[in-house]
Design a protein around this ligand. Sequence first.
Ligand SMILES: Cc1ncc(COP(=O)(O)O)c(C=O)c1O
Length: 414
Amino acid sequence: MSAVRPLPYSRHAIDEDDIAAVAEVLRGDWLTTGPKVRDFEAALAQRCGADFAVSCINGTAALHLACLALGIGPDHTVIVPTMTFAATANAARLVGAEILFADCDPDSGLMQLPQFEAALAQLRREGRRAAAVFPVDLAGQCADLETIAACARHEGLAVVEDSCHALGTGYQRHDGSWTAVGGCADSDITVFSFHPVKNIAAGEGGAALTRLPDLARRLAMFRNHGVNRDADYFTDKEAGFESAQVNPWYYEMTALGLNYRLSDINCALALNQLGKLEHFVASRRRLAERYDARLAEFAPLLQPIARSPHCRPAWHLYSVLIDFDASPLSRGQLVRALEARGIRTQVHYIPVHGHPYYRDRYGAISLPGAEAYYRRTLSLPLFVGMDEDDVDYVVETLGALLGIGADATRKRVS
Ligand SMILES: Cc1ncc(COP(=O)(O)O)c(C=O)c1O
């Protein structure tokens, strides 16, 4: 059994080498944007196969930067799957865009092609067009991104992939090759979060990755107050140069930006954690496989979420679907009973379109796939440092509470 009690649905894994990496920065000259920011961005871009990684203070900021860099604004509508954290939609609202919520597959929670096409068809019926789509890699799984991106490009939409759950995930493209999420093979921009429950921790942290130099430049500019220091882009050459030499102090604020810079302290932690990503992913996969094997006998009352074809997920969440209509306990009763036994669970997610802010803005919307997913979903503990005995404890406790599985049978017999 791991030492962590109660078992959280997810948590960070910090070792002495992480602490040493942060301490080294604290003893050095740079606390804000210094060498660790550059090293982390280079390592992240390389790990994912993107050309550029722009770090920032969290995943929400990365989504906001993506909207700003793409020029999304009040005249635009963007398509966002409703089965996500509110930040995906909120980022587009922060630049004034309207959201068209897309439904999801009821068994995986992913917006696949049919749900994306249904959203496009709805806009067409209403005489509107979308500027961008934000596919979300829920729990660590991605949809068929290549097909979604091809359809998006055909319709003239930008693709911003919300991969906050999916650092370390890979997927197979139609030519049989494998690519990493974050490599931007099928997105203009891909966004990650390094919140401690995610696949690596930076404290708080995020990043936006791209293959496109102009987008990378704009992401970095909006991250830093809209300031440009690249002499090639100076608008006032007279102020910027003296005798053909760049004035050393000179910079220009060319757009309304923010201070979304991540610090060297955070990047030292994130960089050290990135070095352990393969181990983290493998460890989460092993635990997920143990859950899969042990929970097989719980079907059809309880089943893992459906697996997305051609995806090799880095599991951020271990989410299951429970038929609460057939269960002796409601979800509330089950969550409380598990908590009383030292097991913390979470629901990912309340469909975003159902939150009061969006209900007030867009009225009552029916997205039956997402609602069916939401009614049944529960995320069980999954974190690095958890062991197989912990998985067994969760499974046996669930079995006893739901009246299924060998453990419940044993209890009933004895
Ligand atoms: C799908 C998704 N998008 C965006 C975010 C926002 O990331 P952050 O918490 O780093 O701002 C999260 C974080 O929970 C998320 O799960």
